[in-house]
Design a protein around this ligand. Structure first.
Ligand SMILES: [Zn+2]
Length: 200
């Protein structure tokens, strides 16, 4: 094997609560029919001392990163460390209706982070993980760590967009167009962020 990935642990610049919240839907389904921890636990090709997955996700000590998915479209992913010291990588996706109709989950657990990043994470997820952890998630005005619109948190964004903040019907469109035109987000991503942040 050449081209092994470095053992670097990248960490997303956000709070543990935010990282947990991203995963709240699939995590809440673990333990329901077909999604017991033993059902979703995957083997990897490396022989090493077995470690307990325990009552995942209740035994997560720290998330390094998580990515919120959407039904029928995008995969939920998370990685981090358990209370027993083992590292984990988790992914989940489901059909439009939800996990109770059709879905799949995979949980990898290993005493070695090297094993997780090299033999459990697929290339697309690994690249997404490294990229999202390398990008700043701090508001450039107030240094809050939160979901951003471009480079500002929601509060600071509207401070700077005074003419729009009074008029909710323009807010979604304005945020969407900022994200796609000025910050280079895809339409899908911009739609998701704007939906997440604008409450009518
Ligand atoms: Zn701010």
């Amino acid at each position: 094997m050449s081209d092994l990935r470095p053992d670097t642990i990248y960490k997303y610049n956000g709070t543990q609560e935010f990282l947990q919240e991203n995963m709240s839907y699939p995590y809440s389904e673990i333990g329901t029919d077909g999604y017991d921890v033993e059902d979703i636990l995957c083997q990897h090709p490396i022989n090493e001392d077995p470690v307990e997955a325990g009552d995942f996700p209740n035994n997560i000590k720290e998330h390094f990163w998580s990515h919120e998915g959407t039904s029928d479209e995008e995969t939920w992913s998370s990685c981090g460390q358990l209370e027993n010291g083992a590292y984990f990588f988790f992914t989940a996706n489901c059909c439009y209706t939800g996990f109770d109709v059709s879905g799949s989950m995979s949980l990898y657990v290993s005493p070695s982070w090297h094993t997780i990043v090299n033999f459990c994470m697929d290339e697309d997820t690994y690249n997404q993980y490294v990229k999202e952890c390398s990008e700043s998630k701090m508001c450039s005005s107030c240094d809050n760590e939160t979901a951003l619109i471009g480079e500002h948190c929601k509060e600071c964004f509207w401070e700077n967009e005074d003419e729009f903040r009074q008029d909710p019907k323009w807010q979604f469109e304005h945020v969407f167009s900022k994200l796609t035109h000025e910050y280079g987000k895809s339409r899908e991503e911009a739609n998701k962020i704007a939906n997440h942040l604008i409450c009518f």
